[in-house]
Design a protein around this ligand. Structure first.
Ligand SMILES: [Zn+2]
Ligand SMILES: [Zn+2]
Length: 386
C-alpha cells in the first residue's frame, strides 16, 4: 500500500462483455453498459481490469461438463430445439454465447483471485450477478452462474464465504449450488416468490446436509419501499455475519428493486443502495479483512437506475463520498438515448430524495419484519444446533 492509502477497488470491464446480448427486445440489454460504465468513470474509477474467460475446468466448479458442452453447441449453432434452459424466451441462444458467458464468469472469478493475491481489498464486476443459472440449466437470463463460481473460488482457497443477494428476484441458483456447503452462507433479500419469478426463497428454505441454517431468505411483500427493506437488511445482515464469521464476502446488487424498474414491485430508491453498500463495506472490513467482491445483477431501467446503482457500489468500495448531483456532462451525453427508450428524463440526483416513493399503503411493514425475525431466529438456531 502506498502513502496515498489503499489502492482503488478493481473494476472488471472489457468491451467484449457487451456481447452478452439476447437481442433487441430482451430486458437484459447491453445498452446499460454505455451509461453505466460512463458514470462509474465520471465518479472516479480508473483501475479497470480486463477479464479472462473462465476455462471449462473452472466452469466445472459449479456446472456439469455436459451442460457446458450443450451451451457450446448452441453457441456454434443457435437454431436448435430448446435444451437445458437454453433457446427459451428468457435465455435465447445466440452465436458466441458460450464465449461471452465464460468471460462474464471469468470476470468475477478473476476478481476473486486478485483479491486473494492481495492486489485489492474490493472489486466490482458489473456484468456479473447471473444468479439464476443452475448446475445443468440456464434460467432467468443467466447462462453460467458467475457469482456461484466466485463463491466457489474463494471457498476452494479455504475461505468461509458470505453470499449476499440483493436482487429483487430470489438468488435461487446460488442457494441451490451451496445448499449443503458448510463453508458458504447464502442470504437473499427479495420480493416474495408468491408474486414473482422464480417463485422460491421462502423462509422455510434453510439449507441441508452439513449446512443447516446456512441458506437464509427474506421474502418481502410487493410495494415494500425503502424503510421496510432497509429495516430487514439492517436487522439480519450484521447478525448473520456475526454468527457465521465470513472471511470473504460476495454480493449481488441487482437494482430491479427500484421503483422505476419495469419487471418488479419493491419500490426502492437509490438511497437504499447507498446504505446497503456502506453496510457491506463495513462488514467486509470487520469480518473478512476487507475481502469483498460485488457484482451487478438484474436492473431493467438502463438509464435512470442501473448507472446510479453501479456508481454507488463503486463509491462505497472506494470509500468516497457520493457527489450530490449527477455529472452534467453525463446527463447531456445520455439524455437523448434515454428518451428514445422511454427512460427520460434522467435523474438530477445520484441519491433519490427521501420519500419520492410512498410505500404501498396496503403493505404492513411489520409483516416483513416479523418474517425476517422468524427467518433469522431459525437460521441461528439451526446453526447453533450443529
Ligand atoms: Zn472498504
Ligand atoms: Zn432480478
Amino acid at each position: 500500500m502506498s502513502d496515498e492509502g489503499p489502492a482503488q477497488p478493481i473494476l472488471v470491464w472489457s468491451e467484449a462483455l457487451r456481447d452478452y446480448d439476447f437481442g433487441p427486445g430482451h430486458p437484459l440489454t447491453p445498452r446499460r453498459f454505455g451509461p453505466g460504465l460512463d458514470l462509474i468513470r465520471a465518479v472516479g474509477a480508473e483501475r479497470l481490469v480486463e477479464p479472462e474467460a473462465a476455462t471449462d475446468k473452472a466452469l466445472a466448479r459449479v456446472h456439469e461438463p455436459h451442460y457446458i458442452e450443450q451451451v457450446r453447441s448452441f453457441s456454434d449453432h443457435p437454431w436448435q430445439p430448446t435444451a437445458m434452459g437454453v433457446g427459451t424466451g428468457d435465455v435465447p441462444a445466440f452465436h458466441g454465447m458460450h464465449e461471452v458467458s465464460a468471460l462474464v464468469a471469468g470476470g468475477s472469478t478473476g476478481a476473486v483471485e486478485r483479491i486473494l493475491a492481495g492486489e485489492a481489498e474490493h472489486a466490482f464486476s458489473p456484468a456479473g450477478g447471473l444468479h439464476h443459472a443452475m448446475r445443468t440449466r440456464a434460467a432467468g437470463f443467466c447462462v453460467y452462474n458467475d457469482v456461484a463460481l466466485a463463491v466457489a473460488a474463494a471457498r476452494d482457497a479455504g475461505h468461509r464465504v458470505l453470499y449476499l443477494d440483493l436482487d429483487v428476484h430470489h438468488g435461487d441458483g446460488t442457494q441451490v449450488l451451496f445448499w449443503e456447503d458448510p463453508q458458504v452462507l447464502t442470504f437473499s433479500v427479495h420480493e416474495s416468490g408468491h408474486d414473482l419469478y422464480p417463485g422460491t426463497g421462502m423462509i422455510d428454505e434453510t439449507g441441508g446436509g452439513a449446512a443447516p441454517g446456512l441458506a437464509v431468505n427474506a421474502p418481502l411483500d410487493r410495494g415494500s419501499g425503502d424503510e421496510s427493506w432497509w429495516a430487514v437488511v439492517e436487522l439480519m445482515l450484521p447478525v448473520l455475519a456475526d454468527m457465521f464469521k465470513p472471511t470473504f464476502i460476495v454480493s449481488q446488487h441487482g437494482c430491479d428493486t427500484h421503483s422505476l424498474d419495469p419487471l418488479a414491485h419493491l419500490r426502492l430508491t437509490t438511497a437504499s443502495y447507498q446504505r446497503a453498500c456502506g453496510l457491506v463495506d463495513r462488514l467486509a472490513h470487520e469480518h473478512a479483512g476487507g475481502r469483498w467482491l460485488a457484482t451487478g445483477g438484474g436492473g431493467y431501467d438502463a438509464y435512470r437506475v442501473v448507472p446510479r446503482s453501479w456508481a454507488l457500489i463503486w463509491l462505497a468500495q472506494a470509500h468516497r463520498e457520493a457527489p450530490g448531483e449527477m455529472p452534467a456532462a453525463w446527463r447531456e451525453r445520455w439524455s437523448e438515448e434515454a428518451e428514445a427508450f422511454g427512460q427520460a428524463p434522467l435523474p438530477v440526483d445520484l441519491i433519490d430524495p427521501p420519500r419520492t416513493v410512498a410505500p404501498d399503503p396496503d403493505v404492513i411493514v411489520s409483516r416483513n419484519l416479523k418474517r425476517a425475525r422468524q427467518s433469522l431466529m431459525q437460521s441461528l438456531e439451526l446453526q447453533a444446533s450443529c
